[in-house]
Design a binder for this molecule. Structure first.
Ligand SMILES: Cc1cc2nc3c(=O)[nH]c(=O)nc-3n(C[C@H](O)[C@H](O)[C@H](O)COP(=O)(O)OP(=O)(O)OC[C@H]3O[C@@H](n4cnc5c(N)ncnc54)[C@H](O)[C@@H]3O)c2cc1C
Length: 380
């Protein structure tokens, strides 16, 4: 493509969503990736689009809008990525006080909740361990197949006049007098006045190529996948401990299980969290822990075979918030990265925010909490 209006680096779900949003706003967009579509963390994501695990604040506001935008994206692109508003059920093993307080606070901020007693909980999830006494149902929690979503969204961008180049690694971001002019890649140079860095866990490297700085690090996670089985799990089900683990900045291992069925009949059991750099080695102790937590929620899963386990690296920022906005020092360089364990859920909302900011128009929320400038002096 000659003279794109904008180049999006990264063909994960975040880059795909930005590319579609800019295309629909009238931009001619070139998407570039060093691999194939979803060859980064999106290919390892579970597909949860959650509002239930967010505390009131900017991330929840973004998550609520983003969740609705997922359904608008489906209307735009077609029903091609298994999007389903299946709802989440959060249960508390012991004291349900903190869960009920969080649910009430979330409900004051636009989240739909339904508190569940023993009877209504087990009506929703008949195979859940009977020892669980109470929970909260979040009907807005949804699910998609993120790899299919990124692929179909990028295909739509190309159909609407954009372009996608795979296997092209960006090796330099070209900057002249404090503003981007283009990129150097293993497949040649490309010029554009707007470059969007949507490289997820690698966004810090890309920022560095432009002489800037973003403290993004990998936070590793494993997921287990069972054989296709009878429908034992009807919603996304997780223990309320999960919310504390997501918010933790501890580098050590945390496991708290989210269990959910897929349209294919498999059950996904995720996920662990640990900061061990890009060490991709298998850890059987983690797999054992995840399996044990899943069977303590659903004892019936003891008789279900595991098919496989896989892992990915979430893009972690020190304050657990995504980085969305123009670079603090380089004009025309925009970032949409660092979404950690929520990048699938937050992708369309982040894309809307960045498109509105590029166009200088008012957005659905104040995105200043996500500004790249907040990291000018922060290292990992
Ligand atoms: C185990 C696990 C479970 C998860 N579950 C969920 C979930 O249920 N819900 C949810 O919302 N999130 C989940 N996440 C997080 C989610 O997967 C990520 O936040 C999201 O995929 C990030 O998307 P992205 O597009 O920013 O990054 P990526 O998908 O990593 O895309 C970045 C792209 O940039 C490319 N790239 C990097 N460097 C260069 C370069 N120099 N030149 C060209 N291209 C480059 C890469 O090849 C890659 O394709 C999970 C993550 C893990 C690990």
């Amino acid at each position: 493509m000659k003279n794109p209006d904008a180049i999006v680096i990264g063909a994960g779900i975040v880059g795909a969503s930005v590319a579609l949003s800019l295309t629909n706003a009238g931009f001619k967009v070139l998407v570039i990736d060093r691999g194939a579509v979803s060859s980064g963390t999106t290919g390892a994501g579970e597909g949860n689009i959650l509002v239930s695990d967010k505390d009131p604040g900017p991330e929840l506001t973004l998550a609520l809008r983003s969740r609705d935008l997922w359904f608008e994206m489906q209307d735009d692109v077609g029903d091609t990525f298994e999007l389903e508003a299946k709802g989440g059920v959060v249960v508390a093993r012991n004291d349900d006080g903190p869960l009920m307080i969080l649910a009430s606070e979330q409900s004051n901020h636009g989240v739909t909740i339904q508190k569940l007693d023993h009877t209504s909980l087990h009506e929703l999830e008949p195979y859940l361990d009977q020892r669980y006494q109470s929970g909260v149902f979040y009907p807005q929690d949804s699910q998609c197949q993120p790899m299919l979503a990124a692929a179909h969204v990028i295909r739509t961008v190309v159909q609407r006049g954009g372009a996608f180049i795979s296997q092209a690694k960006v090796t330099r971001i070209l900057v002249n007098q404090g503003a981007v002019t283009g990129i150097e890649t293993t497949q040649g140079n490309f010029s554009a006045p707007i470059i969007v860095n949507a490289t997820g866990t690698w966004a810090g490297e890309l920022a560095q190529m432009a002489g800037s700085h973003l403290p993004i690090a990998p936070r590793k996670g494993f997921i287990l996948v069972t054989e296709p089985t009878k429908k034992y799990v009807f919603h996304k089900v997780y223990d309320s401990d999960y919310v504390a683990n997501v918010a933790s900045s501890d580098a050590d291992l945390q496991t708290s299980t989210v269990v959910e069925g897929t349209r294919a009949g498999t059950i996904l059991i995720g996920a662990s969290r640990e900061r061990v750099g890009f060490d991709g080695s298998m850890n059987y102790e983690i797999l054992r822990r995840l399996a044990a937590q899943a069977t303590s929620l659903f004892p019936v899963l003891r008789d279900v075979q595991l098919l496989r386990a896989y892992r990915g690296f979430r893009p972690y920022a020190p304050d657990h918030l995504p980085v969305i906005g123009e670079d603090a020092t380089v004009k025309g360089l925009w970032h949409s990265a660092g979404h950690e364990g929520a990048g699938i859920g937050l992708a369309p909302g982040s894309a809307a925010l960045i498109t509105d900011a590029i166009l200088g128009r008012e957005s659905f929320m104040d995105g200043s909490a996500f500004s790249p400038a907040r990291f000018e002096k922060v290292s990992l």
